[in-house]
Every structure is written in structure tokens, then in C-alpha cells.
Design a protein around this ligand. Structure first.
Ligand SMILES: *Cc1c(COP(=O)(O)O)cnc(C)c1O
Length: 363
């Protein structure tokens, strides 16, 4: 047996152990198929069953209504930064972006290459340690959509709900808190998420798009960048990332059947995050959270120590005892503990014990 350590990576990130075990069992030969999922044609009935089932279980988990299409695409969440404006931003319109971190900034930067797009609100001034209040958001009446990032993975700020009710389609980069809690899909025009944070391995991006928006795409888009074309072909215009889709399907089934759905996983996620944030708050300022309390992410817990030297020491010692991936992103510094759906609660408890012991030793 190879020992597993605690993986706090922001992405690709920890996957549920039962999913890894099932994939390992089935890798050599899918039951009843006699070939690996890595070897079968994407046009085969066996693979069609895999992708159909993945979609069906995701629909059940999120309660996705009939008038939404689910796409399994490539190019990462980053390609959606381009595809969203390409498909939804008409030449005579603009697009609004709420910026709460680097990913939103990246999305806006790409949108500006396609058409007119503005920051409708931003918390860059305080290094993205909070979310803008509704009154700080200035919408353009000519906007074709409003884009936001539900969880900013690098800074660790998360919207508890949609930023505000708007008439235009709400577009959300949900990469790092996708399927971590129930949401009302009907509030959205388009949701996208790179799988490698919460839904599966790297290589597939899930797009959920309201059907009427498919018609907004201008004529003549490159086929691979045209939602309408990708929807029409059932995400199989070309060879899809078969293995990644298969694994996402296993993760969805784990969430639905083993965990019991998104309400249940939300309870787990709140519990895990509370343990960690309580430890930060109870440390009399030794550990300092980056995000303001009411904006804290349940997925990515960002915090600092009294100085960089101690942060380096902490990371070094933590890594040595089996806590991997705790180094914060350079734009925030400090530490980041990513505790996605599949991250086990005992790992959070052990990290908190380690934090208390570290503080005591340095004391
Ligand atoms: C990781 C991440 C991305 C980038 O995803 P890729 O699949 O690497 O392109 C975009 N947005 C958010 C919120 C992320 O967490």
C-alpha cells in the first residue's frame, strides 16, 4: 500500500478515495466491456452511456432544468474567458465584470480582446480581501451579461449568493466552488467550471448554458468555439476528454449516492471551514485571515503568519509531516489551505493541531 498524505492543493486537487479506487479497479477493463475507458471509441455505446450518465447525475445533483444544456469541453475555465464573450457579446453591446480576484481580472482581460467590457465593481484596492457591496456595483445599461467569479481561489473570497439580481444573463466562473453547495441554476444564464478543483481531474470544463443563449452566437464562429455547435453535437464535435468525463461521472455519483447530495456536502464543507477559521480567529492574531469574515471562502482558506520567515518555516515543517500544497499564491503570500469537497475532515483537524503546536513552539 502506498500511503496517502493530506493534499491541500488548490487544483488539480484531492479526489474522493472511493472514486480513485473504483477508477483503479476499472482502468484495466470496464465491467462488461472488456476494454479500458482509455481505449474505447467516444462514439461507442459504452462511452455514450458514460457521458449520458455523467450528465444525468449532474442534472440531478444541481437540479438543472430542462431548458439548460450541459457541455463537457476542453481548454479549461480559461478558454471560457474567451468563449463567453465570443458567443454572448454582440458587437453593439458591452459586458459587465465584477472583479473579486485574479480569475475575474483574467476573464475581463480576455473579454476586452473580443469586444467592449468593463469592470462593474472591483475590490482590487484592498487586494481582493472582500466582495463589493451591491451599491458599489455600477452596471452598464447596454451590457449583454454580468460576469462574476463565485469563489476566488487565490484570495479565498466567496459569494454566499449571487451578487445581485439583474435582468441580463448572469454568467459565473464557478470553477472552485462548483457542486460544493446547492444553487438555483435558474438564476444563471451560463455557468462554467474547470473540473480540477471540485468535479474531477484536469482536462474537462463543464458548461451549463440556458438554451436560448445558444442562439446569441454570431454566425461564422470557429466550430470548436461555438456553443451552439458543441451543444448540437452533444459535446462530441471532436473527441472529448473521455477519461476526465468518466472520472467526473464517478465524482458526481459519489456526491449523490455516498454523500447524499449537495445539502449534505455543504454541511461538511461548513464544518471543515469552521474548524480552520476558528483556529485562525482563536490565535490572538498569530494567524491572520486574508479575507474579511463575511466573505470567507469555504474552499480556499487564506492566511498569514507574523512574518514571511515563519511562513516559510511553517510550510517546510508542515510538508515534512505530510501536509502538501499549503503555500499561498504569490499575490497574497502566506498560506492557503484548499479544502474542497473531497478533502477529509481529519486532515483539517490535524492541520489545526499542527498550527497550535507550531505557534506554541515559536511562542
Ligand atoms: C483554476 C481556476 C481557473 C483556471 O482554470 P483552468 O482550467 O486552468 O483554465 C479559472 N477560474 C477559477 C475561479 C479557478 O479557480
Amino acid at each position: 500500500m502506498t500511503e496517502r498524505i493530506f493534499n491541500f492543493s488548490a487544483g488539480p486537487a484531492v479526489l474522493p478515495e472511493p472514486v480513485l479506487q473504483q477508477a483503479q479497479r476499472e482502468l484495466f477493463a470496464l465491467p462488461g466491456v472488456g476494454m479500458s475507458v482509455l481505449e474505447i471509441s467516444h462514439r461507442s455505446p459504452s462511452f455514450e452511456h458514460i457521458i449520458d450518465e455523467a450528465e444525468a447525475v449532474l442534472r440531478k445533483l444541481l437540479g438543472i432544468p430542462e431548458n439548460y444544456r450541459v457541455l463537457f469541453l476542453q481548454g479549461g475555465a480559461s478558454l471560457q474567458f474567451t468563449m463567453v464573450p465570443m458567443n454572448l457579446l454582440a458587437k453593439d453591446r458591452s459586458a459587465d465584470y465584477i472583479l473579486t480576484g485574479s480569475w475575474g481580472q483574467g476573464a475581463l482581460k480576455e473579454a476586452k480582446k473580443i469586444g467592449t467590457a468593463h469592470a462593474a465593481g472591483s475590490t482590487a484596492e484592498t487586494n481582493f480581501n472582500r466582495l463589493p457591496k451591491p451599491e458599489e456595483i455600477k452596471l452598464d445599461p447596454n451590457a449583454a451579461y454580468l460576469h462574476f467569479t463565485s469563489n476566488e481561489t487565490i484570495f479565498g473570497v466567496e459569494f454566499q449568493e449571487e451578487p445581485l439580481a439583474v435582468d441580463v444573463p448572469l454568467v459565473c466562473d464557478m470553477s472552485s466552488n462548483f457542486i460544493s453547495k446547492p444553487i438555483d441554476v435558474t438564476k444563471y444564464g451560463l455557468i462554467y467550471a474547470g473540473a480540477q478543483k471540485n468535479a474531477g481531474p484536469a482536462g474537462v470544463t463543464i458548461v451549463i448554458i440556458r438554451e436560448d443563449l445558444l442562439e446569441r452566437a454570431p454566425e461564422g464562429l470557429p466550430s470548436m468555439l461555438d456553443y451552439r455547435n458543441l451543444a448540437k453535437s452533444g459535446s462530441m464535435y471532436n473527441t472529448p476528454p473521455c477519461f476526465a468525463i468518466y472520472l467526473c461521472g464517478l465524482v458526481f455519483k459519489w456526491l449523490l449516492n455516498d454523500i447524499g447530495g449537495l445539502e449534505k456536502i455543504q454541511v461538511n464543507n461548513k464544518e471543515k471551514a469552521k474548524i480552520l477559521y476558528d483556529a485562525i480567529d482563536d490565535s490572538d492574531g498569530y494567524y491572520r485571515g486574508h479575507a474579511e469574515k463575511d466573505c470567507r471562502s469555504l474552499m480556499n482558506v487564506t492566511f498569514r503568519l507574523p512574518n514571511e520567515e515563519l511562513e516559510k518555516k511553517f510550510i517546510k515543517e508542515a510538508t515534512a509531516v505530510g501536509f502538501d500544497g499549503l503555500k499561498g499564491h504569490r499575490s497574497v503570500g502566506g498560506l492557503r489551505a484548499s479544502i474542497y469537497n473531497a478533502f477529509p475532515k481529519p486532515g483539517v483537524v490535524e492541520l489545526v493541531d499542527f498550527m497550535r503546536e507550531f505557534e506554541r513552539k515559536q511562542g
